[in-house]
Design a protein around this ligand. Structure first.
Ligand code: FES
Length: 223
């Protein structure tokens, strides 16, 4: 028993000690390299890559037939699809997206301005480098500004309704209030407009992603 205990206390020969020290240093070195190998890509994935963000910048044509329907529809918004080639690292995919288009009648631009001062004031200028409603149309991003669920038009409410947490918006994208003056649902702002233009007879939209759950509209990426 005593011999046993002694064996545990015996540090060994100088060669044994230096071999153990070498193995300990080698383990620490290997662990550090493996840790860095895992941490660097993880941290890099959290930083927005400007070349990817810019790779997806650009306008895409809206579906012609659906846009023609929008031109005939004044009382409510129309869902309009488009296709976009999206680059994500090495991968390119052709995705189908949609926006909600609203045709503005003669007084609607004034109504839009009075319901949505946030889209025309100086605070909007850093995020919106285009004039909202300039061509007589507004294109709403289909993502709810709360947590990016896709909302829908609801005829009986006469407005948009988000199925996730119940936020309601007018056709001008204003976050609606109830009879007590409280906002309906947790959305932190009204709906977000997208850049829209007419190019060679085609209606085109730019697919911008804005921040979720912030009171101010902030441009995040181009998908
Ligand atoms: S995601 Fe629309 S209300 Fe929460």
């Amino acid at each position: 028993m005593a011999d046993h205990a002694k064996a545990y206390q015996d540090p060994g020969t100088p060669e044994d000690i230096s071999r153990r020290a070498f193995l300990a240093r080698a383990s620490i070195f290997t662990g550090t390299i493996v840790g860095l190998g895992l941490a660097v890509p993880l941290v890099a994935s959290l930083v927005p890559k400007s070349e990817l963000v810019d790779a997806n910048k650009g306008f895409d044509p809206l579906n012609k037939d659906q846009f023609a329907e929008l031109e005939r529809t004044l009382d409510k918004p129309v869902k309009i699809f488009f296709n976009k080639l999206v680059t994500d690292g090495y991968y390119k995919t052709n995705n189908e997206y949609y926006v909600w288009g609203l045709k503005l009648g003669p007084d609607d631009l004034d109504k839009l301005r009075s319901e949505r001062p946030d889209l025309f004031g100086p605070q909007a200028q850093s995020a919106l480098d285009f004039e909202v409603g300039a061509l007589g149309f507004v294109m709403w991003s289909p993502l709810c500004p709360h947590l990016n669920c896709k909302y829908d038009w609801n005829d009986s409410l006469g407005g948009f309704l988000c199925p996730c947490h119940g936020s309601e918006f007018s056709k001008f994208g204003q976050h609606k209030k109830n009879a007590q003056g409280k906002f309906i649902g947790p959305a932190p702002r009204g709906l977000d407009p997208l850049p829209f233009r007419e190019q060679s007879g085609m209606a085109e939209v730019e697919w911008v992603k804005y921040s979720a759950n912030t009171p101010n509209i902030i441009r995040v990426s181009y998908w």
